[in-house]
Write a protein that binds this ligand. Structure first.
Ligand SMILES: [Zn+2]
Length: 509
């Protein structure tokens, strides 16, 4: 689960309640939401300790967060610019900044601005994967807002907002984005009666952790990742549909490789586009492309270029066509550790996808070449304050559905999504958590796959390798009261495959 970086104001800057001298402002920042940011290297500093003691004396509720000094200067910078800006009075930029702050506060992944001459401008946030309507404005307001964001806030050389074409840009000027973000990716497109702008919020807390269990992976799965990282060569693939959190997982794994090697490994990424900074990695973007065809070609030449840069570890953002699949496998065969993502519905299905993409089956089923297969989805985490026991609501539900869930998850206190409360911003959910399956390949498993004996391979994986399917993982999380069983079924499929219902209907007839 991810924390909320919020968009709080410092209480320790000049003129504020707890004003500090400039030298202290370099190592400490108290925010008005109670977060106390303290430089990791100065936790034992006597002045820091004295400040904490002072807060405790007056019973000021706070939570200490050890951070980097750059995070602290960023926290102050955001506030200074806001203050300056109110004076200069560019209303539309202020409005945009406030919109971004609200989005970050609600942990929205995207902001959609739909400008339409027929139905005005509608602003929506994507929160926990659902689009939520925020507000309506006039057409002119929306047009002006998009123009301001593109022309005055984004870093584009040719800064003219064209409502009749698709444009891409990025806002990376720290003074224009709220605390908690690394940047905002901007994508625009015309629509029949207006235009659309989609802003992707790039949160910066995603790369502060190199831990996969905090994403929702089990200890056994984290152990599989550990062993994949230990193998010096081979390709490790994370599968799942769009929006299933694959990139976050890869980014955490790469961060941990860099940290554990103490910077002795040359880690190169090829991404289109790079989403998050991975400190310590060389991230190469795919640039200057107009068409899909050009994009594919540019991506392939970026992979080839990366292989010439003497890498130990290569991350390829996504394998999506035959050339990139073949290049990824080739990189693994020439002595590199490769990490990538792929669209697939299950860990074993990754094997099928690679074969579909034209990689010879004998290479795909070689445990020295393909070392790790992972597939993941994201489930919504129930708000612990307003979730409802299934017992209390089951009378209003389909009895087949209730029985199916109770049979699949026996002897557990099962909860469903509540109507929302003050703790969860009336959403009923507080974040998302991974359900996954991981396979660390070996010779016996790959021999079974080469023979085409998938059921035997699955049995071996479950018995000898403690393999757990995504469905098993979801059942565990339902039993812990962490996720709603019916939402889980929407994502990972019916808990019993729906067999029971059909059987009973057949008997009734
Ligand atoms: Zn709640």
């Amino acid at each position: 689960m991810m924390g909320d970086p919020g968009s709080a104001m410092p209480l320790t800057h000049r003129g504020a309640r707890f004003e500090l001298v400039p030298s202290m402002q370099e190592i400490l920042c108290l925010l008005d939401d109670g977060r106390l940011l303290v430089s990791r290297s100065h936790l034992q500093n006597p002045s820091v300790k004295a400040f904490v003691a002072r807060l405790e004396r007056i019973s000021f509720t706070h939570v200490l967060h050890p951070v980097e000094m750059s995070d602290i200067s960023q926290a102050y910078a955001g506030a200074r610019v806001t203050a300056r800006h109110e004076v200069s009075g560019s209303d539309m930029q202020n409005y945009a900044r406030e919109l971004f702050r609200r989005a970050v506060k609600l942990r929205a992944s995207d902001v959609h601005i739909r400008v339409s001459s027929r139905s005005n401008t509608r602003i929506l946030f994507r929160i926990h994967n659902d689009l939520e309507f925020q507000e309506e404005q006039t057409y002119e307001f929306g047009h002006q807002l998009c123009t301001t964001i593109y022309q005055a806030m984004a870093d584009v050389a040719d800064a003219t907002y064209e409502t009749l074409s698709s444009q891409d840009a990025r806002i990376s000027d720290r003074s224009k984005i709220p605390f908690g973000l690394d940047g905002i990716r901007v994508a625009t497109s015309p629509q029949v009666d207006g235009h659309v702008m989609v802003l992707r919020m790039l949160y910066n807390d995603a790369n502060n952790s190199s831990d996969t269990t905090s994403l929702g992976y089990t200890a056994t799965q984290a152990q599989s990742f550990y062993l994949m990282k230990k193998k010096p060569t081979g390709i490790n693939i994370v599968g799942g549909p769009t929006g299933s959190g694959k990139s976050t997982t890869l980014q955490r794994l790469l961060s941990s490789i860099i940290r554990e090697s103490l910077g002795r490994k040359n880690v190169i990424t090829v991404e289109d586009p790079p989403e998050y900074p991975i400190p310590g990695a060389v991230q190469t973007p795919v640039t200057n492309v107009e068409s899909e065809e050009e994009r594919a070609r540019a991506f392939q030449s970026a992979i080839k270029a990366a292989m010439r840069l003497d890498p130990d570890v290569i991350m390829i953002g996504e394998v999506r066509d035959t050339p990139s699949a073949k290049l990824a496998v080739q990189a693994a065969m020439t002595g590199h550790q490769v990490w990538t993502t792929l669209h697939a519905n299950g860990a074993f299905q990754i094997v099928d996808r690679l074969v579909d993409l034209g990689v010879p089956a004998e290479l795909v089923c070689d445990p020295a070449i393909v070392t790790g297969l992972t597939c993941q989805r994201l489930l919504k985490v129930l708000c612990p304050h307003c979730r409802q026991p299934l017992d209390q609501v089951q009378a209003s539900l389909d009895q087949f559905d209730v029985e199916r869930v109770r049979t699949a998850v026996p002897n557990a206190a099962i909860y469903v999504r509540g109507t929302g409360c003050g703790h969860c911003g009336n959403a009923g959910i507080t974040g998302r958590t991974v359900v996954a399956e991981t396979i660390l390949t070996d010779e016996p498993l790959m021999t079974l796959l080469r023979r085409g004996d998938r059921p035997a391979a699955i049995d071996y994986w479950r018995a000898a390798m403690r393999g757990q399917t995504m469905l098993d993982h979801a059942v565990d999380k339902i039993a812990q009261g962490l996720v709603d069983p019916f939402q889980a079924e929407d994502i990972v499929g019916l808990l019993d495959g729906g067999v029971r219902r059909l059987r009973e209907m057949a008997q009734a007839n």
